[in-house]
Unconditional design. Structure first.
Length: 276
């Protein structure tokens, strides 16, 4: 299967494209965002990597034309290293990730990448004989390490890094302040927020949700482009963040801790079987 078959996209206007993997039919299917600027383009998250997203962007004509003979700069940014967001980073020359998760990406740590993929989730295998149990997030060497407050310049637009741990220790949002757009990764989406994975932490998530509410209070976000599901606005963002905080009491923390222990055991067993 070609990259053109595997992916599909929808233009949102303003140089933003919404890309998805057509045959990965799962709640874990991540949204991929292409943001075009006057001097460089940025891909936010990269999907599973079963087909080359870089090839798709080129073959589908989504990349802005370069001036002269040199290729136009293209940076792939991972909002975090979980498998559904980071598997496709292998196909890009320039890769950025928060420094807290860079070692996991560099060593191809499928425990921290939370690699869970099943045959039934892939409705059309990318090649004959493919099986989900073969899937691994490969080691990738980041070319840029991100920190809180860093700015990714695209020329005519700037994306500010907001370190928002909780879902994972290196989770980030990217904030286009001028356009009041937040690319939120898995920090927040219109669904149940997951805080029971390895390196999740409820107390960090509460602090991150407080920051999200402050963005709304200050009028700095009008549209959220999340890591999963549909786009939403400031009112929904505030509701999701405030609901998480209100529900994150002692019982929730105990439950999350117990689920994290179970998930950790399952992941270690799965990774052991794959590597043995």
């Amino acid at each position: 299967m070609s990259a053109l078959e595997w992916f599909a996209h929808k233009p949102l206007g303003g140089g933003i494209f919404w890309i998805q993997e057509r045959f990965y039919e799962s709640g874990n299917r991540a949204n991929i965002w292409l943001v075009r600027g006057s001097q460089r383009d940025v891909v936010i998250d990269a999907g599973l990597g079963l087909r080359s997203l870089a090839d798709y962007l080129r073959d589908a004509g989504l990349l802005a034309p370069a001036e002269g003979s040199d290729p136009r700069p293209l940076l792939a940014v991972a909002t975090h290293v979980h498998f559904d967001h980071s598997g496709g980073l292998q196909h890009f020359e320039e890769v950025a990730v928060h420094s807290a998760e860079a070692p996991a990406l560099l060593r191809g740590d499928n425990y921290e990448a939370v690699t869970w993929l099943w045959d039934r989730e892939v409705s059309r295998p990318p090649r004959p004989g493919w099986r989900a149990r073969q899937f691994r997030v490969p080691p990738v060497r980041p070319t840029r390490l991100l920190q809180e407050g860093d700015v990714i310049s695209l020329g005519d637009r700037q994306l500010t890094v907001m370190h928002m741990p909780g879902h994972s220790r290196g989770s980030i949002c990217l904030h286009d302040k001028d356009r009041k757009i937040l690319f939120s990764g898995d920090v927040v989406y219109d669904g149940s927020m997951i805080d029971w994975l390895p390196y999740s932490r409820v107390s960090d998530y509460i602090a991150s949700c407080q920051r999200l509410m402050e963005l709304v209070d200050r009028g700095l976000v009008e549209k959220v482009l999340p890591g999963h599901f549909n786009i939403f606005g400031a009112e929904t963002l505030y509701r999701l963040a405030s609901n998480y905080i209100s529900q994150a009491g002692v019982c929730h923390k105990i439950s999350a801790c117990a689920m994290r222990s179970i998930a950790s055991i399952a992941l270690r067993m799965t990774n052991s079987r794959v590597t043995s």
